[in-house]
Design a protein around this ligand. Structure first.
Ligand code: NAD
Length: 380
C-alpha cells in the first residue's frame, strides 16, 4: 500500500475528547517519524464543540473532511448536562455519531478487550477467575437493530385496565427491533474471519428463546458457519453470556452480537480490564478496492466528571489510532509498535488515575499528557 499522505480526519469532540486526542496525535507523529510514514491529520469540530461553533453537531465542513479522508479518528461526543438545550434528534450522540455510522455504512464494530498482565490487580475478578488472562474480541452489528429501526416514538394513549376499561391518558414509548438476513450475514462474515485469524472459536449471542430477531440471527449465523469449517461455533443466550463473562471470561475468544446486546455486553467486559479508558474500538464498513473505511474511537464517552483536569487515560484513544493503522492502512507493524509501546509503559509502572492502585507501590501516577509523552517516547 502507498504509505504517503494517509488522510486522517481527527474529530476530538467533547469532554475529555480533545485531551486524549492530543495524545493520540502525539503518538501518531512519533510512529510517523520512526517508520517514515506520512500522515495528513486534519482536525475538525464535532459534537457540542461544533454546535457551539457552527450550530450543528456534524457540520457540512466536518462531513466533507470525513468524505475526503481514508479514516476517521474520533474522540467522544455528548454532554448530558446540556441535553435540555436542543431536541433529542439534534443531540450529538444521534446527530453526529449515529449519523456518521449511517453515512459511511459502518456496520461492524470491533472492540478488543485485553487485560494486560501488569494490570491484573485492576480487574475486579478474583485472580483464579482470570485464569490465563482475558483476551476477547467483540464483533458487534452496529447499524441495525433496535437503535435504528422504525417506528420509534413516544405517544399519548388511553391506559387500558385488565377489565378492558380505559382511564387516564398515559405516555407510551415504542422502539422497534428489526434485522434482515443481509445485515446478519455480513456481520457474521466479519466475526468468522476475525475468529479464523485468532483462536478459531466464535460465540454467537442472541435471545432466540424469546425474540423473532434472535431466531433469525441464529439461523443465519449457522448458515454462514458452513463457509468456515475450521471455526468452532457456539450459540449462547445473552443472559447466559453476561453471567459467563463474569464467571469465566477466558472461555471466550470472538463474541458476535447484535447492536444492543453487543453495546451492553462489551461494557460489562470493559469493566473486567479495570477501566474503560484502556479500550479502543473500530467501526468498519465493507472493504472496497482493498481498503476498509473506518471510524476509530475510545470505547468510553466524554467523561464530563474528569474533563479538563488532565487526568483522563489517553490509552483507549491511542490504541484506537493503532487499530486505524492496522485496519484502514494495512500497517500492522506500525499498529504493533504502538501496542508494544503501551504495554511497555504499563509494565514500567506508568498509571493514570483510573488504573492506579494504592496496593501497587511500584507504579507512578501520571497525567494524561505525561502518559502520552511516555508512550510516544517508547515507540521503537
Ligand atoms: P463515560 O464513558 O463518559 O464515563 C463513564 C465513567 O468512565 C466515568 O467515571 C468516566 O470518568 C470514566 N472514563 C471514561 N473514559 C475515561 C478515560 N479515558 N479515562 C479515565 N476515565 C474514563 O460514560 P457516561 O458518563 O455514561 O457518558 C458521558 C457522556 O458521553 C454522555 O453524554 C454520553 O452520551 C456520551 N457518550 C459518548 C460516547 C461516544 O461518543 N462514543 C460513548 C459513550 C457515552
Amino acid at each position: 500500500m502507498n504509505t504517503t499522505g494517509l488522510k486522517i480526519a481527527a474529530l476530538a469532540g467533547d469532554g475529555i475528547g480533545p485531551e486524549i486526542m492530543r495524545e493520540a496525535i502525539k503518538v501518531l507523529r512519533a510512529i510517523e517519524r520512526k517508520q517514515k510514514l506520512s500522515l495528513e491529520i486534519t482536525e475538525a469540530p464535532v459534537g457540542w464543540a461544533a454546535i457551539d461553533q457552527e450550530g450543528k453537531a456534524l457540520p457540512e465542513n466536518t462531513l466533507a473532511l470525513c468524505k475526503k479522508s481514508e479514516a476517521i479518528l474520533f474522540g467522544a461526543v455528548g454532554l448530558h448536562y446540556r441535553d435540555a438545550e436542543i431536541p433529542k434528534e439534534k443531540r450529538p450522540e444521534r446527530a453526529a455519531l449515529l449519523q456518521l455510522r449511517k453515512q459511511f455504512g459502518l456496520f461492524a464494530n470491533l472492540r478488543p478487550i485485553k487485560l494486560l498482565p501488569a494490570l491484573a490487580a485492576a480487574c475486579p475478578l478474583h485472580p483464579e477467575r482470570q485464569e490465563k488472562g482475558i483476551d476477547l474480541l467483540f464483533v458487534r452489528e452496529s447499524t441495525g437493530g433496535v437503535y435504528y429501526a422504525y417506528p420509534r416514538k413516544t405517544e399519548e394513549v388511553l391506559e387500558v385496565k385488565d377489565d378492558g376499561t380505559t382511564t387516564q391518558r398515559i405516555r407510551r414509548a415504542v422502539d422497534t427491533m428489526a434485522l434482515t438476513t443481509t445485515e446478519i450475514e455480513r456481520i457474521a462474515h466479519v466475526g468468522f474471519r476475525a475468529a479464523w485469524l485468532r483462536r478459531k472459536r466464535l460465540t454467537s449471542v442472541d435471545k432466540a428463546n424469546v425474540l423473532e430477531t434472535g431466531i433469525l440471527w441464529r439461523d443465519v449465523v449457522t448458515e454462514v458457519s458452513t463457509q468456515y469449517p475450521d471455526v468452532v461455533l457456539e450459540h449462547v443466550l445473552i443472559d447466559t453470556a453476561a453471567m459467563q463473562l463474569i464467571l469465566r471470561p477466558s472461555q471466550f475468544d470472538v463474541i458476535l452480537c447484535g447492536n444492543m446486546f453487543g453495546d451492553i455486553l462489551s461494557d460489562v467486559a470493559a469493566a473486567l480490564v479495570g477501566s474503560v479508558g484502556m479500550l479502543p474500538s473500530a467501526s468498519l464498513s465493507t472493504r472496497r478496492h482493498g481498503r476498509t473505511f473506518g471510524l476509530y474511537q475510545p470505547a468510553g464517552g466524554t467523561a464530563p466528571d474528569i474533563a479538563g483536569k488532565n487526568v483522563a487515560n489517553p490509552i483507549a484513544q491511542i490504541l484506537a489510532a493503532a487499530l486505524m493503522l492496522r485496519h484502514s492502512f494495512g500497517l500492522d507493524p506500525a499498529a504493533k509498535a504502538v501496542e508494544n509501546a503501551v504495554d511497555r509503559v504499563i509494565s514500567e509502572g506508568y498509571r493514570t488515575r483510573d488504573i492506579s492502585s494504592q496496593r501497587d507501590s511500584k507504579t507512578h501516577l501520571v497525567s494524561t499528557s505525561q502518559m502520552g509523552d511516555a508512550i510516544a517516547a517508547a515507540i521503537v
